[in-house]
Design a protein around this ligand. Structure first.
Ligand code: ZN
Length: 421
């Protein structure tokens, strides 16, 4: 098989990859094949890459776990919430449920990806299933609940006042937890990065302004998107902060998760093939019914002009941050806006390429970048002593990113999970 080095983009042709337990033991040229294998997959002419992470999901049902693996996703970062039944897809099940599945996955009782979870987010919006964060005291009380929930990191939502935001950063440091999520207007983007927020999710306004350093371009974007004169005055500090924010991202190694799929979904509410995508049939009726209802409701309130303006700005933003060397992570935000577990990550990779990343850079956002984000130094690459979480593709993904869907075999912890032929 051909082994793809996701760091250099080199393709090492005609290799045999020897796996023992859950680790890649040796990669050797075909001529050295000494026939010691217990089980053998013929990968002739195929392409081996590390398996994927989806860095922004909301799990609402156990069926997602299988769907992730079917699409070669061996790890997900669940961006939180706390619902007990499926809702519109933008919020996750409560951490006690996810933690149970996580334990079962680790014990081998059920199959699923690695779960990295945040539980209910800290929020200043008063959203019912979030934890209150409108003052230092509230943050301290909410933090008790976070610690009891046994989460892997803290998700921040929006409208958090500056002093409360700083308290979150302080408590996270004390308890050795990362915090990641949205941004609040109380702080500039550069300040949020300096506080140590590990990743910034979505394209909220404050980050959108980084898409260009041309003030005239921004001004005409805002006029076209119906910003009033007062609105334009209000957002000026973030616009002025653009270059600082980019420098802060570099200095602090702040990651950006553009979640392009969820943004694009807003432009296809009228696309009935998307709404009735047969891949959604794999989800239980309880999940599907709410999703379809949500999509139909959204279609009625669609802001077509605004959404397409944001889409083109988002593409430019992703391209600019990529050119600046900011770390990007692939996250689909499923099942928000009708995202499909597993499949939507592949769409995200395609959108990243459409925005200007090379196919190699797109692959990195779902392989080596997540591994770096988590500090996993034996994951995210096809290399000796690395974990054997792998995807064998029929076609070369460096030629066309669409080829990530040409899945032949998925290997999870050294074992064949699916093999098509
Ligand atoms: Zn989300």
């Amino acid at each position: 098989m051909n082994v793809i080095d996701v760091i250099t983009g080199d393709i090492i042709e005609n290799q045999d990859v020897l796996i023992k337990d859950s680790t890649i033991v040796t990669i050797l040229g075909k001529s050295e094949n000494n026939g010691i294998y217990k089980e053998r997959i013929d990968g002739t002419g195929k392409y081996l890459i590390p398996a994927f992470w989806d860095m922004h999901v909301h799990i609402q049902d156990s069926s997602y776990l299988k769907m992730f693996l079917d699409y070669g996703i061996v790890g997900v970062r669940d961006m939180g919430g706390c619902v007990s039944i499926p809702t519109d897809g933008c919020e996750s099940l409560c951490p006690d449920i996810l933690n149970k599945w996580k334990e079962k996955i680790h014990n081998g009782e059920i199959k699923g990806p690695e779960l990295y979870i945040s539980g209910p987010p800290l929020s200043g919006t008063g959203w019912s299933t979030s934890l209150a964060a409108t003052s230092i005291e509230e943050v301290q009380n909410s933090f008790e609940i976070i610690l009891n929930n046994q989460v892997d990191f803290v998700k921040v939502y929006e409208n958090i006042p500056a002093d409360a935001y700083r308290e979150i950063a302080r408590l996270c440091k004390i308890h050795n937890l990362d915090f990641a999520g949205h941004v609040s207007e109380s702080l500039l983007l550069s300040e949020i990065s300096d506080l140590g927020q590990k990743s910034i999710e979505h394209i909220r306004e404050q980050i959108l302004y980084c898409y260009t350093n041309d003030p005239n371009e921004l001004e005409s974007f805002m006029v076209e998107d119906s910003y009033s004169k007062e609105d334009r005055e209000f957002v000026k500090p973030w616009i002025d902060d653009t270059q600082n924010a980019i420098e802060a991202f570099k200095r602090n190694k702040t990651w950006f998760v553009p979640t392009m799929t969820v943004q694009f979904a807003r432009q296809r509410y009228n696309d009935s093939t998307w709404i009735h995508n047969p891949l959604r049939k794999q989800l239980p009726k309880s999940v599907n019914d709410v999703l379809i209802k949500y999509l139909e409701r959204m279609r009625e309130n669609q802001d077509k002009k605004g959404d397409s303006l944001w889409w083109s700005a988002l593409q430019k933003l992703v391209n600019r941050l990529n050119d600046e060397g900011i770390g990007l992570l692939a996250g689909s935000d499923l099942t928000c806006e009708g995202g499909i577990p597993g499949f939507s990550l592949h769409e995200e990779l395609k959108f990243l390429v459409n925005a200007g990343l090379s196919p190699l850079q797109a692959l990195q956002t779902a392989t080596i970048n997540p591994a770096t984000y988590f500090g996993l130094n034996s994951s995210g690459k096809v290399e000796e002593n690395y974990s054997a979480d792998l995807i064998l593709l029929n076609k070369n993904p460096l030629k066309s990113i669409d080829n990530t869907l040409s899945i032949n075999t998925v290997i999870r912890k050294g074992k064949i999970y699916i093999k098509k032929d």
